[in-house]
Design a protein around this ligand. Structure first.
Ligand code: NAI
Ligand code: 3IO
Length: 353
């Protein structure tokens, strides 16, 4: 991989390779853009197959955070960090060593809980740095508000597609029944949706079957179901050349980050199949909205208003994509880049004055 070429192409400001021998630690902190504010993004711990895979994940996720904040009108930049480790080898020493790296950049990067990091782990990281968020009891953690945002995003897509505000009788397939997926199922069930669900953990699927009368399918079967909406709430890169040909849903709208394996290729593949795609970093902004509000002093009404805005933003993006004949992904990216360019130009004017 040509390092600077890749970073230049994706537009990152700074990438930190954090290494330590005692304890053994390898982490990458990617800061994409801080025009709108300090870079925010949760930290993921994962046994990546290669260092290149880890870097790619950090670069793509951090860029997604920049667009996420810009589309949600949150004055934060985009960042994300990955710790390359097996979850079985996660120790307090490792987390504290990581916390010292976060602290060393003095608030340019603010982080919290992502895949394989628990709230307790964030507390441990927080022993070394104040630049962690997402622990307030008041806000109930980011997942419930993320699922509300995804629910509203599904409503926006349904309205754009079929000019109806009603979800009752619709069929939705939910992949992944973790903190976000399970809560999303509750909202959908309350609105009369017929659920089809899967999780690699059968106990989670069984629970959602009992709670919301969902039909449980095998993980491999979730793509080809004859449903109206497919909601990916597990992993990234699930929209790819193997899965897209199987999709029968008219809408893809879910919480997972980096859903498109290849942004250009696979967003266009979806368009060709007539599938309306809700850009992941627009529909799943609820988590960021929640932690940002927690950071500045939690005001529930304000946070909920910002989450409800996801609905309007998605409708606007769908409209622009239709008017201009571009993918919804490109329309969202353009919206984000325009907002950032405007702030950058005002900043430059202020410096010049
Ligand atoms: N929690 C939040 O506030 C936010 C979460 N996201 C993204 O949403 C997704 C879900 O987040 P959480 O619910 O917090 O994570 P989680 O870890 O609680 O849940 C993920 C679930 O997916 C299941 N799963 C994993 N691989 C699967 C597969 N191949 N097929 C079916 N199920 C599978 C897991 O067993 C687990 O139950 C992640 O991609 C995350 O990055 C994005 C924005 C905010
Ligand atoms: O939407 C994402 O991918 C996030 O990383 C959101 C998020 C959850 N917890 C956090 C803590 C600090 C910064 C962002 C987040």
């Amino acid at each position: 991989m040509l390092l600077f070429e890749t970073v230049r192409e994706m537009g990152h400001e700074q990438v930190l390779f954090c290494h330590g021998k005692n304890p053994e630690i390898k982490a990458i902190i990617a800061i994409h853009d801080t025009t709108l504010g300090p870079a925010m993004g949760a930290t993921r711990l994962f046994p990546y197959v290669s260092e290149e895979a880890a870097l790619k994940d950090a670069l793509r996720l951090s860029r997604g955070m920049t667009y996420k904040a810009a589309c949600a009108n949150i004055p934060a930049g985009g960042g994300k960090a990955v710790i390359i480790a097996n979850p079985d080898n996660k120790t307090d020493d490792l987390l504290r060593a990581y916390g010292r790296f976060v602290n060393s950049i003095n608030g340019r990067f603010i982080t919290g809980q992502d895949v394989n990091i628990t709230p307790d782990d964030v507390r441990t990281i927080g022993q070394e740095t104040q630049y962690v968020v997402g622990l307030s009891e008041k806000s109930g953690g980011p997942a419930p508000i993320t699922s509300l945002g995804v629910f509203l995003g599904i409503k926006a897509a349904v309205e754009f597609r079929w000019q109806t505000k009603r979800l009752d009788g619709m069929k939705v397939a939910v992949q992944g029944l973790g903190n976000v997926g399970k809560n999303l199922c509750r909202y959908l069930h309350e609105h009369g949706v017929q659920l089809f669900v899967t999780d690699i953990n059968p106990a989670k699927a069984e629970e959602v079957k009992q709670l919301y009368g969902a039909t449980v399918v095998e993980p491999s079967e979730i793509y080809s179901l004859d449903v109206d909406v497919f909601a990916p709430c597990a992993l990234g890169a699930i929209l790819n050349s193997h899965t897209i040909p199987f999709l029968k849903a008219s809408i893809v709208a879910g919480a997972a980050n980096n859903q498109l394996e290849n942004e250009q290729l696979h967003s266009q593949m979806l368009v060709k199949k007539g599938i309306l795609y809700s850009p992941d970093y627009v529909i799943n902004a609820g988590g960021l909205i929640n932690v940002y509000n927690e950071m500045i002093g939690y005001d529930e009404e304000k946070a909920l208003k910002q989450v409800h805005n996801i609905y309007n933003t998605l409708l606007a993006i769908f409209d622009i994509a239709k008017q201009q004949g571009v993918t919804t992904n490109d329309a969202a990216k353009k919206l984000a880049e325009d907002r950032i360019a405007r702030v950058r130009s005002n900043k430059n004017k202020a410096i010049a004055a």
